[in-house]
Design a protein around this ligand. Structure first.
Ligand code: C5P
Length: 237
């Protein structure tokens, strides 16, 4: 499992393997793990996961699986063969799908002799609002839908969730304390405005109950990414 003393997960949201590895090597000493998402994975393939993992860093594979239970279970098994420590699935795939994902993570880890990775449930994407939920036939209350899906995920056996900084306090009130909450939407105040509308600082997010902080542009978009990561880490101690 990743280094729990450093809760920063740096998002490697860059388009090529070369850029990702250069960034990873530069900031590795200042972060706890790296997140590989759809952009990088689709461009660079599973090999980039192996290469980032080969640096010794923990890897969070953020591909947000959402499919029938059998396919999600097999996708989770494939992710484990790349030796990832965290991965995401959509909770809206339902309890049976989440149970299949968790079971696959536990069984595959046992077969491979690896630690069981954290299967993280994604509830309502932060880009969705009441209108988006109504459009797809859900109750038009994002906060109710987040709570409902989070509780379903816990009942189905997931041990962690991805949530926005502004959902942390409400989720901590209704979830068991052992549930790990991974939070993007982190801003220090030093960077220029972008598409993250509802943000907290790293320190505020930890105080509100985050276990891990996913930080992208404030690190990789900084003039000196290593310095930016070190400054963020210093605010946490
Ligand atoms: O650059 P920034 O710090 O906004 O990056 C946040 C990372 O977290 C990105 O990889 C983004 O895809 C991811 N994310 C997010 N909001 C969510 C879920 C994931 O920003 N609700």
């Amino acid at each position: 499992m990743a280094d729990q003393r450093n809760p920063i997960i740096a998002a490697l949201d860059v388009p090529t393997a070369e850029q990702a590895l250069k960034l990873a090597e530069l900031i590795a000493p200042a972060v706890g793990a790296f997140k590989i998402g759809g952009e990088l994975f689709t461009a660079a393939g599973p090999d980039i996961v192996r290469r980032v993992r080969a640096t010794g860093a923990a890897v969070f594979l953020d591909l947000k699986f959402h499919d029938i239970p059998n396919t999600v279970a097999k996708s989770v098994a494939s992710a484990l063969r790349l030796d990832v420590q965290m991965l995401t699935i959509h909770t809206s795939g339902g309890a049976e799908m989440m149970r299949a994902a968790e079971k696959s993570a536990v069984e595959t880890a046992k077969q491979l002799g690896l630690a069981v990775p954290l299967v993280l449930g994604v509830t309502v994407l932060t880009s969705s609002d009441a209108g988006t939920l109504a459009e797809i036939g859900c109750e038009p209350h994002p906060e109710h839908q987040v709570a409902r899906l989070a509780q379903l995920a816990v009942t189905a056996g997931l041990r962690g969730l991805v949530c926005s900084p502004l959902e942390l306090v409400a989720l901590r009130k209704i979830l068991p304390p052992s549930i790990q909450l991974v939070t993007p939407g982190i801003r220090t105040g030093a960077e220029k405005a972008d598409d993250q509308k509802r943000t907290l600082t790293p320190r505020e997010a930890l105080a509100a109950g985050a276990s891990w902080l996913v930080i992208g542009r404030p690190i990789y978009g900084a003039e000196h990414p290593r310095v930016a990561a070190e400054q963020i880490l210093a605010t946490l101690n």
